[in-house]
Ligand binder design. Sequence first.
Ligand code: FAD
Ligand code: SF4
Length: 538
Amino acid sequence: MERVDILIVGSGASGAAAAWSLSRDSSLKILCLEQGSITDPAKYPSTSPQWELTKQSKSSFDPNVRANEADFPIDASNSPISLANYNGFGGSTILYSGHFPRFHPSDFAVKSLDGVADDWPLSYQDLEPFFTQNEKMMGVAGLVGDTAYPDYESLLPPVSLGAGGRKMAEAFNKLNWHWWPSYSAINTRHHQGRPPCINLGPCNTGCAQGAKGSVDMTYWPEAKKQGVEVRTECTVFDIVLDYKGRAKGVRYLDKEGAEHLQEAAVVILAGSGIGTPRLLLNSKSPAYPNGLLNDNGLVGRNLMLHPLAYVEGVFESNIQSSIGPHGCCLLSQEFYESQVGKDIECDFIRGYTMQILRGTPPLDTALSGYLTRRLPLGSKHHQAFAKTFNHNMGIAIISEDLPEWHNHIELDSEHCDRHGIPGIKVHYKMNDNTKNMLKHGIARSKELFSVAGAKVVSAFSPVKHAGWHLMGTARMGLDPKTSVVNQHGQAHSIDNLFIVDSSVFVTSGAVNPVATAQALTLKICDELRKNIKELVKS
Ligand SMILES: Cc1cc2nc3c(=O)[nH]c(=O)nc-3n(C[C@H](O)[C@H](O)[C@H](O)COP(=O)(O)OP(=O)(O)OC[C@H]3O[C@@H](n4cnc5c(N)ncnc54)[C@H](O)[C@@H]3O)c2cc1C
Ligand code: SF4
């Protein structure tokens, strides 16, 4: 195989942004290796009336249920939350909801502000230009003027609140709590050659319309035009070092299982908060017997998942709540920052986002109603169903998850992928701070629904299958003893090896991670572009 200048492992949110950024105005030879295949939007489940059924099987968020060829087993029996992802061209953005808020300035300095966890080695201000650049590429809808985010300058028109969203907004106003239309990577008008959203709602099985900003639709077409090559169905299993201890390239297996060595001047890991540590832990050598970059034992540690609480309310009237992108309606950050000293009921540090969700689609409504004994089977089913479907709204509490050493992933040699490469085992516990935060969020959500005039029919935490924000497993920092990469995403001990995905997050914030992860990727690549000639020559 011809040696390339830059090799990127993973084509998801961060790998795509890296490929685009590094190929701008450059003649560098860039290759991305992706273990999954290309998905065809014309074949997404939403193009068939069976779409909700396939969501329970081959289109599940859960790789153990979906069991695609590219998936690796994840044993989450030692965690109250199971993990969700997508291994394919475009990564987990194929399934994500497109909720796209930025981290807050305070998220980068929680140690200084609140005395917990650690500060990041960079600030919100360092990322600010890259947030803006990324939002333009991904196509982000919202409304400028939010007091929680004064920096936004331009966004696509916000996603419609709908009748349900308006009811919730009125309730927030009555309680004098912050709310704002969602920041959503969803086109609300034609943008960058993609059409607007048609409001049917199956965003989490892939957007056949192409309105949702998944990276196969946003960054990749541009990166490919700029000359980046993508090889799909190629599973990287080892990062190879040269005699000087620098990265020489990677070993990977193609679709047929044939092994290849791909040499590169620079190797960039973008395999996700679990894929990247899995690859590092699997890359053992005499210099790194416990896995590459794992001399301080931090690879796979400090896993953060944003445990969620869910509260559902049902209105008397039909508010057509199933119409529109499910996850993107409005949010409240009334309880985002630490409340110590402000509210006597708060017994936790940091805070949470209240994300208002639209009503569930038909099968989901019937199944969850049946399982929670609200909707009977038999002759009374349709009548009860009609009073719930299109009448319900949800609230997801996204809690800030503080990093803890004992929360981690490790290789699981007993459960391997189709090539025999170990899957992962997850060890995760929620601490009291998170539990108190979720309890508080549930109580506030009940209060909100009551003011909105809805009856609360379900409230619980943590949501079992909602481990889709994967962060912290190869953290960045200035000190090589307490971090894996530096503030430029560069491995402390190997100058031509970089990590650009949310593995490097120092803390988790209390919002969905992609806006921040991609801004960080763009910043890391911007810095890398300045030094690339030297790295490629050496
Ligand atoms: C159902 C769902 C809903 C979500 N909703 C939101 C949301 O609304 N907002 C938000 O911000 N986030 C959301 N997320 C999370 C978001 O999708 C992820 O945080 C984001 O995609 C992570 O980006 P990444 O580049 O780190 O990893 P991914 O996007 O997962 O991409 C990693 C890619 O690397 C590939 N890879 C890994 N290891 C290897 C290897 N060894 N060899 C070759 N290829 C490899 C994988 O196959 C994968 O394609 C959601 C996720 C899910 C599953
Ligand atoms: S609701 Fe909009 S974003 Fe979601 S799948 Fe439909 S067109 Fe795409």
